[in-house]
Write a protein that binds this ligand. Structure first.
Ligand code: FAD
Length: 681
């Protein structure tokens, strides 16, 4: 048979959920040969994950489509905690702001996963020829160890097979719901994607292989430089690498109901955590289109025979609703319209390894699973591949040494571990029965719950992510408990020193915080983060302080001469023929006043001249009050002294790498020298 169809790709992505789509989207910004396959015949249309945290919105904004999510989503601004009073009667005990004010220019929003996936698909299409191949799955995997250390070579071989429509569209159980009198509608449940259902990958592979002889065109061999398993909790790619998830499966079964509620409960449009005295807890998530999602831990009942996975027939929307009604009593709760529902068992696990020789990577649910209560899964999954995408692209396009790839596991495994620890603590507090009084040791203290919620809020926003020292992060290593970590010890050897005291409110290893600054050329206000688009560029942000002070102007000019000279590292790393800001972009934020400083008096390195289109007017900014949008106070908020200034190096994913003296060209050069490749003779 003609099984000779073969393709060579830079990156093969397995799975087109949030993690896979984020990766394809990143790679669409570069010239990288990418294929992305998914065993399912169609994308998600409703239900599933819905929470987008602040950091995720910042990231989507860096790809120019956060506004779509922001507009369509429901915004959550306040959390209400409901607990039993001393008579066991439900009462509102607290209100706390949802996401701590001031930590991001975005707040937490909810919109179902299907829409978010659509935004990704549109963005990928706009920037590239990459298309998700649906109903296609890998059936064999081979890894040639001898080719693993040559990053020009293709050590990975995978056979791809196309499924029949029938196989790529699993049957969903249908339940009927009453509409008006005499009318019925059918709701499809989400159980077919739930972990209560056995994974069907092996069956699909056998079905596809059985058909091979009939149609050889449905088979293709892929040779890949890199492969990324974004194929969810049952990851086939993970099985091929032999890696495992470590941790436990909990006994909790959770029911999820997306309904338009009919209720007299006063806080139904708030995010609520409701602990009843004896009937369990429910989390209320107000959604777009009048929907409300209820997360309910289903009580163990006689229906649940020894917790076996096979028996899930007892779980119906009615069972979930009745549990909610018991918890929310004496308030009433019912519905006419149910959009989606599911149930699943929570496992709290983290992968032992995230990469095979920096050629095969795992991301998203394939390396961490946990409860949905803090709304983290989709966010953390997308952020895994947001971390990985630019690193792969820079290695493939020759701008970086492959050594940067090992920072993926070092950076993301720690986040996954923190996530699981957070989830364990939070689940226990959420699932437990409230303590009756201080003597009730088995019960959960509601004060403790509130504190955990408040603290958890910062973690859950995603902005607290703090990457450790490495070739990409020039900071002092926090040695506590990490003496045996060889990655960290190695990273210390070529450590470039930062001077964090020059920008006391910018944390090296965290994402660059954002405040408003004005464009020097036209006085338009911008959030600084809006300037840090995800287009693969490294950035040096120069904060030269007051340029009316001659010493500061002198230092800026000195830096400009070094950066602008043909021998500078910026030239060395930029392939000839490419724009000078295409690999490393220099942005300047001076502390004002604007008056008395002319843009064109600054060295060209700060406002490059691009052949046909003249000067670049979008690189120099000032920390001044705007006419219409207030005063960002960037210097004060970044903790930079306007008489001294500072320079900051920012990674292509907006994380802060280095802080130093305004004109410390040597340290900048040394930092980039740790991993960048010369592109000119
Ligand atoms: P998935 O979304 O699981 O995507 C994996 C993809 O790979 C799928 O499209 C699958 O078809 C495909 N695939 C699998 N195996 C193969 C194979 N062998 N070959 C080819 N393709 C394959 N997270 C949040 O952040 N916020 C929430 O509010 C939230 N709520 C949730 C509610 C529910 C009911 C559920 C079930 C999950 C929720 N999550 C939430 C979690 C979130 O859905 C997941 O964490 C997230 O989808 C993980 O993304 P992923 O891309 O890693 O994996």
């Amino acid at each position: 048979s003609d099984s000779s169809k073969e393709d060579h790709v830079d990156v093969l992505i397995v799975g087109a959920g949030p993690a896979g789509l984020m990766l394809a989207n990143w790679l669409s910004r570069f010239d990288i040969r990418t294929r992305i396959v998914d065993k399912r015949g169609s994308k998600v249309f409703n239900g599933q994950a819905d929470g987008l945290q602040c950091r995720t919105l910042e990231i989507l904004d860096s790809f120019d489509f956060a506004h779509r999510a922001w507009r369509e989503s429901n915004h959550m601004l306040e959390i209400c905690l409901w607990n039993p009073d001393e008579h066991g009667c439900l009462q509102r005990s607290d209100r706390i702001p949802d996401t701590i004010p001031g930590i991001s220019r975005f707040q937490q929003v909810v919109l179902h996963q299907g829409r978010i996936e659509q935004f990704f698909l549109d963005s990928i299409k706009e920037h590239s020829d990459i298309r998700v191949e649906r109903g296609v799955l890998p059936t064999t995997f081979d890894f040639d160890e001898t080719k693993a250390s040559d990053f020009e070579d293709y050590p990975i071989s995978v056979t791809l097979r196309t499924l029949s429509d029938e196989d790529s569209t699993p049957q969903q159980r249908q339940t009927h719901q009453k509409l008006a009198e005499g009318q019925q509608a059918v709701i499809e449940d989400g159980l077919f994607r739930s972990n209560l259902v056995a994974d069907d990958t092996d069956n699909l592979i056998s079905a596809a292989e059985a058909k091979e002889n009939r149609n050889a065109n449905e088979m293709e061999t892929i040779k890949a430089k890199f492969m990324v398993g974004c194929d969810g909790a049952h990851s086939w790619v993970r099985r091929q690498t032999g890696f495992t998830l470590e941790g436990d499966s909990t006994d909790y079964i959770w029911g999820v109901l997306d309904i338009i509620p009919i209720t007299d409960f006063p806080d139904i449009r708030h995010r609520c955590a409701i602990h009843s005295a004896n009937a369990g807890s429910v989390m209320v998530i107000p959604r777009e289109n009048k929907l409300v999602r209820l997360y309910i831990q289903l009580q163990s009942t006689s229906h649940q025979k020894n917790g076996s996975k096979a028996d899930r027939s007892w779980i119906t929307p009615q069972i979930i609703l009745e549990s909610a009604q018991r918890i929310i009593h004496p308030y009433k709760l019912d519905y006419k319209y149910c959009d989606w529902w599911t149930a699943y068992q929570i496992g709290q696990r983290v992968g032992d390894k995230f990469s095979l020789r920096d050629r095969v990577f795992l991301a998203g649910d394939a390396v961490h699973t946990h409860s949905p209560k803090a709304g983290q899964g989709m966010n953390v999954s997308m952020q895994d591949t947001y971390n990985l995408g630019w690193k792969l692209a820079h290695v493939i396009n020759g701008s970086s040494e492959p050594s940067i790839l090992s920072t993926y596991e070092a950076e993301r495994k720690l986040i996954a571990q923190q996530l699981i620890a957070f989830d364990r603590r939070f689940s226990r507090l959420f699932s437990g029965r409230p303590a009756k009084d201080v003597m009730d040791e088995e019960g959960i203290s509601m004060d403790e719950f509130k504190q955990a919620f408040e603290k958890g809020n910062e973690f859950a926003s995603g902005v607290a992510v703090d990457y450790a020292a490495s070739v990409l992060i020039a900071k002092e290593t926090d040695d506590e408990g990490q003496e045996n970590d060889t990655d960290l010890i190695n990273s210390k050897k070529h450590q470039v020193i930062s001077k964090p005291e020059l920008a006391t409110k910018i944390d090296i290893g965290k994402r660059m915080p954002s405040f408003k600054v004005l464009n020097h050329a036209d006085a338009r206000p911008w959030h600084l983060q809006e300037l840090l688009k995800s287009n693969g560029r490294w950035r040096i942000i120069v904060f030269p302080g007051q340029l009316t002070n001659p010493l500061n102007m002198q230092r800026l000019k000195k830096l400009g001469e070094s950066l602008g000279s043909p021998g500078s590292f910026i030239y060395q790393y930029t392939p000839s023929g490419n724009a000078i800001d295409s690999v490393i972009e220099v942005l300047t934020v001076h502390s004002g006043p604007r008056a008395g400083i002319e843009l064109l008096d600054l060295p060209e390195a700060f406002h490059p001249h691009h052949g046909d289109v003249g000067w670049d007017y979008w690189k120099v900014f000032v920390d001044e009050e705007s006419y219409h949008e207030g005063y960002g106070q960037a210097y004060a908020n970044y903790g930079i002294d306007p008489t001294l200034g500072a320079s900051v190096i920012i990674r292509p994913d907006q994380y802060v790498s280095w802080i130093g003296e305004v004109d410390d060209y040597e340290k900048m050069s040394q930092f980039f020298g740790g991993f960048m490749k010369q592109r000119r003779a």
